[in-house]
Design a protein around this ligand. Structure first.
Ligand SMILES: Nc1ncnc2c1ncn2[C@@H]1O[C@H](COP(=O)(O)OP(=O)(O)OP(=O)(O)O)[C@@H](O)[C@H]1O
Length: 450
């Protein structure tokens, strides 16, 4: 069986990438056979779990082939892998690991994660919610280590943190190509560290990170609860900070809210400037959509831009997702993007969150917002403010509920369905022409979606 194993390893070397083979197969040792299973020893628990998840099938296939029989494999952890044991097992577990090329590349000479070419300042729309973080990022990009250090950017998912971090990197690389800039997610930092430990090249790892001019670390909340990674990052941080090198960190939480983070790291994150990103308002969402539609070439009519911007999207990534979906649908089905098509195509995405919204709820919230009674909305009174409130309520019912036109008409005091269509169209038009009204309607929508 030992010979079969050696042959299997040789065969695997031919089919796997050099990187995968060196990293994952080479360190495996044949141990013994017990109860019809081949026992292979590996350096760490992390290694064992990784192999089980990613390479077990190829190992079993390769060994069964060379052994001429079906074999099963059991991994055991080698004793006395001293350096690797410095880390706690829970510190070695990579959660939600993304299998992209950069993360997969653990070789000593692996480069840092490349910057995303789409995430530049030119393509970032500054608006309410991100203005402060945007300005802080620009200041740091134009004067690294001379303004805010560290710069800590935090905010909810998909609101542009990575975009700003990459933009800082692009600007510095453009203006000061001599500076050594590293963009790296906290997850990748940990992953590289684990590999360095296993391959006994911690010195190389430290030299790489501690000789940078600019360290851009994305999603630092990932190191929460990971003791070994926090320790290493602490020393990296200190080394860079003491040498007046720029550090920029992003997180989905304020430093104090990151659980299981050592106090000494937490306080360091607060040494420089903390800038938050809040969800964008309607105008910013419209500007971002217009920018993305320019970049992607997916042309959106104005009413669709408003429809997307005013939808209850939680973040910009989702907004982009909807744009891409409309673009794909339009090109695959050869239909132009229109408001009706957008409603239909996105109903699954938007529908779910709206199932609790009823005509009655809309009437109540609109009446409250406009200082009217629900009965006024249902009446036939023609006072200007009343007519507009009624039309807004009807428009919201069409947009946010599944009620049909006749149904909506019936619940607004027995109006016929052409009145409902007219009201909805009127507001469609007014929203395009009157930003104040658009904002007002958006406020009511937000209230309904709370
Ligand atoms: N102000 C903006 N202008 C233009 N595009 C933006 C803006 N904010 C976010 N985006 C876009 O939204 C998408 C998500 O942004 P990004 O990945 O930077 O979010 P994030 O805050 O880092 O999210 P996560 O918490 O998931 O890491 C990207 O495609 C980005 O280009």
């Amino acid at each position: 069986m030992l010979e079969a194993w050696q042959q299997a390893v040789e065969n695997l070397e031919r089919v796997l990438s050099e990187r995968d083979f060196t990293t994952w197969i080479k360190p495996i040792r044949f141990s013994h056979i017990e109860n019809d299973s081949v026992y292979l020893s590996v350096p760490t628990l992390f290694f064992k779990e990784w192999l089980e998840e990613h390479h077990l099938k190829s190992l079993v296939d390769a060994l069964s082939k060379t052994a001429g029989e079906n074999v099963s494999i059991t991994f055991i952890i080698r004793e006395h892998d001293a350096e690797a044991e410095q880390l706690q097992p829970e510190d070695l577990i990579i959660k939600g690991h993304e299998e992209n090329e950069q993360i997969k590349d653990p070789s000593p000479e692996s480069t840092f994660t490349p910057l995303n070419y789409k995430y530049t300042f030119e393509l970032f729309v500054s608006g309410t919610g991100n203005q402060f973080a945007h300005a802080a990022a620009m200041a740091v990009a134009n004067n690294p280590a001379d303004t805010y250090n560290p710069l800590f950017i935090y905010g909810g998912v998909g609101l542009g943190k990575s975009h700003l971090l990459n933009a800082i990197g692009h600007t510095i690389r453009g203006t000061s190509p001599e500076l050594n800039v590293c963009y790296c997610s906290a997850e990748k930092f940990m992953y590289e560290m684990v590999n360095a430990l296993r391959q006994k090249r911690m010195e190389q790892f430290r030299n790489r990170f501690r000789n940078l001019d600019v360290l851009l670390i994305d999603d630092i909340q990932f190191i929460s609860g990971k003791v070994g990674t926090q320790e290493e990052f602490f020393h990296t941080f200190n080394a860079l900070y003491d040498m007046h090198k720029q550090i920029v960190i992003t997180s989905d939480k304020f430093p104090r809210e990151i659980l299981d983070l050592e106090e000494r790291l937490r306080s360091r994150f607060e040494w420089g400037l903390i800038a938050d990103i809040q969800p964008p308002d309607l105008e910013t969402k419209i500007a971002i959509l217009n920018k993305k539609s320019q970049i992607t070439g997916i042309k959106l009519p104005e009413d669709v831009v408003y429809f997307l911007a005013a939808s209850d999207t939680r973040n910009i990534r989702e907004l982009e997702g909807m744009l891409i979906r409309l673009g794909a649908y339009s090109s695959l089905q050869s239909v132009p993007i229109s408001l009706d098509m957008a409603r239909e195509t996105l109903k699954d995405i938007l529908g779910d969150r709206r199932k609790d919204i009823t005509v009655e709820l809309i009437q109540k919230v609109v009446a409250e917002h406009c200082g009217l009674k629900i009965a006024d909305l249902k009446s036939s009174k023609r006072l200007k403010n009343l007519v507009q409130a009624r039309q807004i309520a009807i428009w919201l019912c069409r947009d946010m509920t599944k009620a049909s036109y006749p149904d909506i008409g019936a619940r607004f005091g027995g109006k016929d369905h052409s009145t409902v269509i007219y009201a909805a169209k009127k507001i469609d038009q007014m929203i395009k022409d009157d930003l104040k009204l658009a904002r007002f309607v958006d406020e009511i929508k937000n209230e309904l979606l709370k």
